[in-house]
Structures are given as C-alpha cells and as structure tokens.
Design a protein around this ligand. Sequence first.
Ligand code: SF4
Length: 149
Amino acid sequence: MKAKEAPFWETKTLEELSSEEWESLCDDCAKCCLHKLEDVDSGVVYYTNVVCRYLDMDTGLCTDYEHRHELVPDCVFLTPEMVRNVNWLPKSCAYRRIAEGKGLAWWHHLISGDENSVRMAGISILGKAVSEDEVDLADLEDMVVNWFE
Ligand code: SF4
C-alpha cells in the first residue's frame, strides 16, 4: 500500500509554494482587511473593528481582489518576507502560523474541509466588523478592539 503524502503546507516553505498553493493558504478571516492604528512611539499596532469597504460582509472575500491595489493603493500584497517581518499579522493567520512552524489550525478549510469553519471557530471578522463606509474614519481611535490576536 502506498504511504499517504504529506500536504504541501507541511513539506514546503512559504517561498516554495506555487501561487495556487499560496492563495489557498489564506483562511479568509479578513483580519488583515481591518483598519489598524500604530503607536508611533512604541510601534505597537492596534486593530480596529472597521474594515475595508471592498470586503464582502457576507463571504469575507474582497469584492475586487484582482484590482485591489488600484482601488486601495496601500492594500498589502503579502510576500513570504513580509510574513516573517511585519508585526501586525494576527497570530491566527495561516501564513504566520506556517512561518512559525505551527501548522494549520483545526478550523482552517484545508484541514476541516469546510470553508465555514473559520466563522464557526470565531476567527473570521464577519459579524463583528463594520464597513468603513458606515463610520467616520476620524473616530478610528474609538474603535480599537481586542477581540482577537
Ligand atoms: S490574516 Fe492571514 S489568513 Fe486572514 S485573511 Fe489575512 S492573509 Fe488571510
């Protein structure tokens, strides 16, 4: 009998992933689509509950992923190097977990086989965040949250 092959996220580094594998690693939690504030003195980054207007609040997906950089010039284009160096990716982020050698969590769709498990586990921002279209961005400091890491 042939031994079962280990999945790609256990055998490859982030740098070795194909673009299809890379994209499939995202769990669509949308935490990185939240507005963040950085303390200029300490460098600490705080998350708010305000999310990019282009996030689909039903699916947690970008409504124009292909053109997101044209629509939002500072929308981050994650790279392996960035994953290893930025201080704002949440601990739950699949890329960060892989970079830290933690593997994927039970609720990741590649483990559970269910795209909804990220929501069921309370990892997704859906149901907790508001669109930037519905708030005054001048009030962001009042919308800092600590409901996830
Ligand atoms: S935080 Fe990580 S896993 Fe979540 S949406 Fe962003 S890139 Fe994907």
